[in-house]
Ligand binder design. Sequence first.
Ligand SMILES: NC(=O)c1ccc[n+]([C@@H]2O[C@H](COP(=O)([O-])OP(=O)(O)OC[C@H]3O[C@@H](n4cnc5c(N)ncnc54)[C@H](OP(=O)(O)O)[C@@H]3O)[C@@H](O)[C@H]2O)c1
Length: 262
Amino acid sequence: MAKLVMITGASTGLGEQLAYAFASRQMQLVLIGRNHQRLTQVARRAARLTAAPVAILASDLLNDQGKTVWHQCVARCGLPDILVNNAALPGFGAVNDLTSQQTQRIIQLNTLVPLTLSQLFIQAHYRDVRPSYLINLASAGAELALPYAGFHAASKAALLGFAQGTAFELQRTQINLMTVLPSLLATGHFQQQTQPYLKPQLAYLLSKTQLAPEKVAKKIVTRALQGQRLLRLPVFYQWLAPIIHLAPNLSRKVIAVAYRTR
Ligand SMILES: NC(=O)c1ccc[n+]([C@@H]2O[C@H](COP(=O)([O-])OP(=O)(O)OC[C@H]3O[C@@H](n4cnc5c(N)ncnc54)[C@H](OP(=O)(O)O)[C@@H]3O)[C@@H](O)[C@H]2O)c1
C-alpha cells in the first residue's frame, strides 16, 4: 500500500515541490495550506505523477496549532506515515520594527505548530514496528543567526532543540526524525525579506546562492527515507557548520560584513 504523506504549506514554494517529489515516488498525499485554489492546482499536478490519491485540506494552522487538521487528516485519509512540517513565515525584520502580533504569528506557525504536530505524530507511531518519517523544516539560520532575523532564528532553533532533545526517546522506536537546515531558497522571499538589509553589492552576490526548491525537495525525500537525522543544504554549508560551531563570534562578524547598519 502507498505510504501516506501529510505536507503543511504545500500550496507554494518548497512545500509544493515536496508534494511533486513524494508523488513521483507513488505516495498518497494530503496537502495543507490556506489557499484552496493554489492547493487544488498543486494537487492536480501531483495527481499526474502518482497513481495514489491526492487530497487537500485547506486550513489555517494558526487556529489551533494544527490539531484540527491532524485529526481531519487521520479521519479522512488515515494516519500519515510521513509528516512534513514545512509551513512557516519568513520571520525576518528588526526587533524594533516588528509588532507583537507579527512576532506571535512567527513563533506560533514556525514553532508551536510543528512541535504540536510532531508530538501528535510521535504519540501515534510510538509503538509501531513499521518505520515512519517526521521531517521538520528548520533553517541554516537556526545555527547561524543572521542580523535582523532574531525571531526567525529563535523559531527555527527550537526545532533543532526538539530533535536533539527527543533523540534518546526515538532511538528505541521506528520513528525517523530528520531536521532540515537549508540556506536561502529561491521561493521569492529574498528580495522582500533579506535584500533590504544587505549592502547592495553583496545582495547581488547572495542572490546568486539561492537554492532551487525542486532540487532541495528531491534531496529531502531521498535523505529522509534513508533515515538521515540532520540535513544541511547546500553541501558547502555542511563544511561550514563545524567552523561556525568552533568559532561562532568570528562567523557572526564575517556574516555581518554583508549587512547595512540602520
Ligand atoms: N525561503 C528560504 O530562503 C528558506 C530558507 C531556510 C528555510 N526555509 C524554510 O523552508 C520552508 C519552506 O519555505 P518556503 O520559502 O517554501 O515558504 P513559502 O514559499 O512562504 O511557503 C509557505 C507555505 O506555508 C503556508 N502557510 C503560511 N501560513 C500558513 C498558515 N497560517 N496556515 C497554513 N499554511 C500556511 C503557505 O500556504 P498558504 O498561503 O496557502 O497558507 C505556503 O504554502 C519553511 O519552513 C521555511 O522556514 C526557507
